[in-house]
Design a protein around this ligand. Structure first.
Ligand SMILES: *[C@@H]1O[C@H](CO)[C@@H](O)[C@H](O)[C@H]1NC(C)=O
Ligand SMILES: *[C@@H]1O[C@H](CO)[C@@H](O)[C@H](O)[C@H]1NC(C)=O
Length: 266
C-alpha cells in the first residue's frame, strides 16, 4: 500500500512537470503567433485595439520590436534613461504611450517623431526630467503627464515652453524644483501659473549688473594706477629739483636735505 502511494506520488510529480512544460510551450507558440514584443504581454480587443504591456521588466532600452499596429503601450516602471530619436516612428496607430516611473532625463530631438497624428496621451510622470528640447515633442499635440519630475526652471525652459504643441493644460505639470536664478520664488510652483516671473529678463538683468561691476572694477584699477603714476613722478621731479637746488652747497648737505624731504613726503 505505501509502495503504491509512493509510485503515484512520483508519477504525479513527473506528470506535473510535463504539464508545466506543455503550458510553457503553448505560451511560447502563442507569443510567436501574435507577434508581440519579446518579454512583453500583448492583448487585443475590438474597442481599444492592440495593447502591449512591458511594465516592470527592468528594461534599459525602448523595445524596437513593438508590433506596428500597437495602439497602447505601457513601458512604465523600467530603467530607461533616454528616449532616442524615432523610438516610436514605426507605430502609426499609437494613441497611448506610458513611460512613467523610469529614469528618463533626456528626450532626444525627434523622440516622438511620427506620433503627431495618432498620440492622445503621453505619460512622462515620475522620471528625472530637468529640461527638454522642444524638438523632442515636434508635432505632438497629446495630453501629457509631466508631473513628478525635478524640473529646473530657467530661461531655456521658458523659451522651450511656447514651442511645444502639447495640450496646454499638460504644461501645468511642470513644477519647478530648482531655478536659475535661484531663490526667485518659483520653486514648488507650476511654471505656467507664475506668468509674472520672466526668468529670461531676470537673467539678462543679472548679467547686466555683472558687466557693470566688472567695468567699474577695471575703471577704478586704471584710475588708481594713473594716480600712483602721477604721484611717483611728482616725487621724482621734486627730488630732482631739490637735488639741483642743493648742488652749489656740496653733496653732503644735499643728501641730508633729500632724505628730509622724503621723510616729509612719506
Ligand atoms: C505592419 O506591417 C505589416 C508587415 O510588415 C504590413 O503588411 C502592414 O501593412 C503594417 N501595418 C501598418 C498599420 O503599418
Ligand atoms: C500623472 O502622474 C501622476 C504620478 O505618476 C499621477 O498621480 C497622476 O494621477 C497623473 N495625472 C493624470 C492626469 O493622469
Amino acid at each position: 500500500m505505501p509502495l503504491a502511494a509512493g509510485w503515484l506520488l512520483r508519477h504525479s510529480v513527473v506528470m506535473c512537470l510535463l504539464l508545466h512544460s506543455l503550458v510553457l510551450m503553448t505560451c511560447c507558440f502563442h507569443h510567436a503567433a501574435t507577434s508581440c514584443s519579446k518579454d512583453c504581454y500583448c492583448s487585443e480587443s475590438e474597442a481599444t485595439g492592440k495593447t502591449v504591456r512591458c511594465s516592470n521588466l527592468q528594461l534599459t532600452e525602448i523595445p524596437t520590436d513593438l508590433p506596428n499596429d500597437t495602439r497602447r503601450v505601457y513601458l512604465d516602471f523600467n530603467l530607461f534613461t533616454a528616449v532616442p530619436a524615432n523610438a516610436f516612428a514605426g507605430l502609426p496607430h499609437l494613441a497611448t504611450l506610458d513611460l512613467s516611473h523610469n529614469e528618463l532625463s533626456q528626450l532626444e530631438p525627434g523622440a516622438f517623431r511620427g506620433l503627431g497624428a495618432s498620440l492622445q496621451f503621453l505619460d512622462l510622470s515620475s522620471n528625472k526630467l530637468v529640461n527638454f528640447d522642444p524638438e523632442a515633442f515636434e508635432g505632438v499635440r497629446a495630453q501629457a503627464n509631466l508631473t513628478n519630475n525635478p524640473w529646473h526652471c530657467d530661461c531655456s525652459l521658458q523659451m522651450a515652453l511656447p514651442r511645444v504643441d502639447l495640450e496646454a493644460a499638460s504644461l501645468t505639470g511642470i513644477v519647478c524644483q530648482t531655478s536659475d536664478p535661484a531663490d526667485i520664488g518659483v520653486e514648488g510652483l507650476a511654471f505656467l501659473l507664475a506668468p509674472e516671473i520672466d526668468l529670461c529678463v531676470i537673467t539678462k538683468k543679472t548679467t547686466d549688473v555683472a558687466m557693470l561691476v566688472t567695468m567699474f572694477g577695471w575703471f577704478s584699477m586704471v584710475i588708481s594706477y594713473l594716480v600712483y603714476y602721477v604721484r611717483a613722478n611728482q616725487e621724482d621731479a621734486r627730488r630732482h629739483l631739490e637735488y639741483l637746488k642743493s648742488l652749489p652747497q656740496g653733496s653732503r648737505q644735499g643728501k641730508s636735505e633729500e632724505s628730509s624731504t622724503i621723510s616729509t613726503v612719506v
